[in-house]
Unconditional design. Structure first.
Length: 307
């Protein structure tokens, strides 16, 4: 199940608790997988069974969490920036949802995203970040979940720019009065978040602190994708494959688009590369015998079966 967000939303400043973050992620997945043309009037349903499955919580806990989140999410806001073609930057503030309801009998949430949110979870021809929902399924703090998203938005280069400390705190959802002492911030927020990410996700990360004199003014991060073990049979099949699978025009269009949705394939994107040129480049790769072999494991993942 793929979570897709415009990078403007990834880099937004907001304060959602862990349950609220999870609820938003499940609603994004619901919109992506089951609704063809979502708009600002589309009602999305998140079931307690889905929350239980993806975040490994007890039934009574899931029901309570969703009921509580339905009361608080409506009032939550986020701030983000967008650049116009003339280079001017506009700062926006928006609610997350325009309507939300809870059905006690089924333990389900009904959500209608606010108008500003809809393009930020559907407009994937622009700069976007995606990842599999299960990667954050075992993260137990709101800080580790947010930090994971911030990091993988730089997946193609494996390192982030320097985040100025106050801006970084806002992105993590930390209020001005919280963790004013840097050592406390590192002990209570940053170090535990890095530890959880390294133990429970597909990346291994570390950070560097930046100073002016003796004062820490910001942090930057570097990370690497963990090596995934491939089953022996699959590896043998890849190693022994020497036949070029010629795809039809229809197959080239379909599979290049599907491949572009896979986080592992998105790591091949060039820095700043938009969705449409990336898909076009994948299509070209599928037409080349050697480059197609690189994509073969991912082709199988999206449903291609060689003749």
């Amino acid at each position: 199940m793929l979570v897709v967000k415009d990078n403007a939303l990834i880099n937004a400043s907001y304060n959602l608790d862990l349950v609220e973050q999870r609820l938003v992620l499940l609603a994004i997945v619901e919109a992506r997988e089951n609704i063809e043309n979502i708009d600002s009037n589309t009602e999305l349903t998140v079931h307690a069974s889905s929350y239980i499955k993806h975040f490994n919580v007890e039934k009574h806990t899931a029901y309570k969490n969703l009921k509580d989140a339905a009361k608080t999410l409506f009032s939550r806001q986020f701030s983000y920036e967008e650049s116009a073609e003339n280079g001017h930057i506009t700062h926006y503030t928006s609610r997350w949802v325009s309507k939300i309801g809870y059905t006690a009998a089924s333990g389900s949430i009904k959500i209608i995203f606010a108008p500003d949110v809809v393009p930020l979870i559907t407009r994937i021809e622009k700069h976007f970040t995606s990842y599999e929902l299960f990667q954050v399924g075992h993260l137990s703090s709101k800080y580790s979940t947010r930090l994971y998203e911030l990091l993988i938005s730089w997946r193609s280069v494996g390192k982030t720019p320097i985040y100025e400390i106050n801006d970084f705190k806002k992105k993590l959802g930390i209020e001005d009065h919280e963790y004013k002492i840097i050592s406390n911030f590192k002990l209570r927020v940053l170090d535990p978040a890095i530890k959880q990410i390294n133990e429970s996700t597909d990346i291994k990360a570390n950070y560097e602190q930046h100073k002016q004199g003796r004062t820490i003014t910001g942090f930057s991060f570097s990370f690497k994708q963990k090596k995934q073990q491939i089953k022996n049979e699959t590896q043998k099949e890849i190693n022994t494959l020497d036949v070029f699978n010629k795809l039809t025009e229809k197959q080239l269009d379909m599979f290049s688009s599907k491949l572009a949705d896979l986080p592992a394939v998105q790591a091949m994107a060039h820095v700043g590369e938009d969705m449409k040129p990336f898909v076009a480049r994948l299509r070209t790769m599928l037409m080349d015998a050697e480059q197609q072999k690189v994509l073969l494991p991912y082709l199988k993942e999206v449903g291609y079966a060689a003749a």
